[in-house]
Design a protein around this ligand. Structure first.
Ligand code: 9WN
Length: 447
């Protein structure tokens, strides 16, 4: 197809614009996830943002991760949002009501759930970039990696201790927001069982006013469920055991489990390099092996696609989304399953769809009924997800595949708007523009 967008920046101009987005979104204390829609620090955004920042200023990259981990809960959880004092986002800290949570941090307000564990991956990347950028950066990044290691270990331990209920071995989430893929069709079945009670306090959404078309965001019905789950957690006093045993949403997330396996591998490498305790390295090896086995064990016998599991009903969730390719990230699935997944990924159901502007995987296959090219996690392409696949493929030694994804990611974002997500056929940026993590991964691809 010809070019459906008027503007195409050259790589140096695109990199300069990406750097400007990160500078403009810097409040001085944090880089917000996006200028208007998301005026706070988000957990997995901060990890990707630090990778982009490392290309500009290693100190600033380190500061970003330090700020996130300064908000780590005493039980090890890394919260999904660290709030600034901007009140343009709903739900804010008052609605979360975490100020009195026994494990919550002092001096900083946060949400009460987590997001995907990609932070060890970010630390590794920052370190690798710093090592190439000069002796001072190298020293700073090594000190930082040594210092943050125990916090990363505590975070991983929390996921194992509190979030691997049942026998599937999958890491469980108690809210779709924890997956980072909020309204993905992955969660439709478990959300059907979430019934907002009459006691749900009234609220007014702010997000829909900040995007051009509210149809690009989750629906009100979905929001009622999101808010109801928060209500349940408040009532449980943010006691993790109570939440996991009682929440009306508990799902084993296969994508998070794959990311966790990779992050454990990375943490082992860093731990070996910086002389961490052998017992802790052994824990990580054990957790990684179990996570990989859980991902492999979730694969559908015919399609090969990995599946989430509704832990309240004990049923596999067969919805085919980008998360189905999780075994390609972390490995561990039998060779025939891996080959099936690779050919599916290349096929016209996914990256090979003839009408895509850029050959990178959409959040949902364009061939799937219910695919919506404009709505959030129900169809659009997300540059950060492309980055994760390209990073993982590179690590697995699939250099050509990694390069193709990187090139496709640049193709998707070369309009210079740094969209939060993109309409796969037209390349129209959707949701927020000047989204920090999009700028960050573009910088990483270009430098
Ligand atoms: C809720 C910040 C975050 C991302 C998520 C993305 C979106 C929030 C929202 O924005 O979620 O956490 O309000 O929609 O789904 O992945 O971290 O960019």
């Amino acid at each position: 197809p010809g070019d459906r967008r008027p503007v195409r920046f050259t790589e140096p101009a695109l990199a300069a614009r990406a750097a400007r987005v990160l500078r403009d979104n810097d409040t001085g204390a944090v880089i917000t996830a996006a200028p208007r829609l998301y005026p706070h620090m988000w957990s997995w955004d901060a990890a990707f943002i630090s990778i982009g920042l490392a290309r500009l200023d290693v100190q600033r990259a380190i500061a970003e991760l330090d700020t996130l981990f300064a908000a780590q809960w005493r039980n090890g959880m890394v919260p999904h949002i660290v709030f600034t004092d901007d009140d343009a986002y709903f739900p804010g800290p008052d609605r979360w009501g975490t100020d009195t949570a026994p494990d919550g941090p002092r001096n900083v307000r946060t949400s009460g759930i987590c997001q995907p564990p990609v932070h060890a991956i970010a630390v590794r990347r920052v370190l690798d970039i710093a090592r190439r950028s000069g002796p001072n950066d190298r020293l700073d990044a090594e000190r930082f990696a040594r210092r943050i290691w125990a916090k990363l270990y505590a975070w991983h331990r929390w996921l194992v201790e509190y979030r691997t209920p049942g026998s599937s071995g999958l890491i469980a989430i108690v809210h779709g927001w924890e997956s980072g893929m909020d309204n993905s069709p992955r969660w439709d079945v478990p959300y059907d069982a979430v019934h907002p009670g009459a006691a749900l306090p009234p609220y007014v959404r702010k997000d829909v006013r900040l995007v051009g078309d509210p149809g690009e965001r989750p629906t009100d019905r979905e929001y009622d469920r999101y808010l109801w789950l928060i209500e349940e957690m408040r009532r449980a006093g943010y006691d993790q055991r109570k939440i996991v045993s009682g929440s009306s949403f508990l799902v084993g997330d296969v994508f998070i489990t794959a990311l966790f396996a990779m992050s454990c591998d990375v943490l082992i490498e860093l731990g070996e390099e910086f002389g961490q305790e052998p017992e802790q390295l052994a824990d990580l090896a054990d957790w990684a092996a179990k996570a990989r086995a859980a991902v492999a064990g979730s694969c559908h016998s015919v399609s090969g696609m990995a599946r989430d599991r509704d832990l309240r009903t004990g049923r596999w969730l067969d919805t085919q989304t980008i998360a189905g390719f999780s075994p390609l990230l972390c490995g561990g699935a039998p060779d025939d399953v891996q080959l099936r997944l690779l050919s599916l990924l290349d096929s016209d159901r996914w990256c090979g769809h003839p009408d895509l502007l850029a050959p990178v995987p959409p959040s949902v296959s364009p061939m799937r009924p219910g695919f919506n090219p404009r709505q959030y996690w129900r169809g659009p392409q997300w540059p950060v997800v492309v980055w994760l696949f390209s990073w993982a493929f590179e690590r697995r030694g699939w250099h050509e595949r990694a390069r193709k994804l990187r090139d496709g990611g640049i193709r998707l974002t070369e309009d210079g708007s740094f969209g939060e997500y993109y309409e796969p056929f037209t390349g129209e940026p959707l949701g927020s523009t000047d989204q920090s993590w999009t700028a960050a991964v573009v910088l990483d691809w270009l430098c």
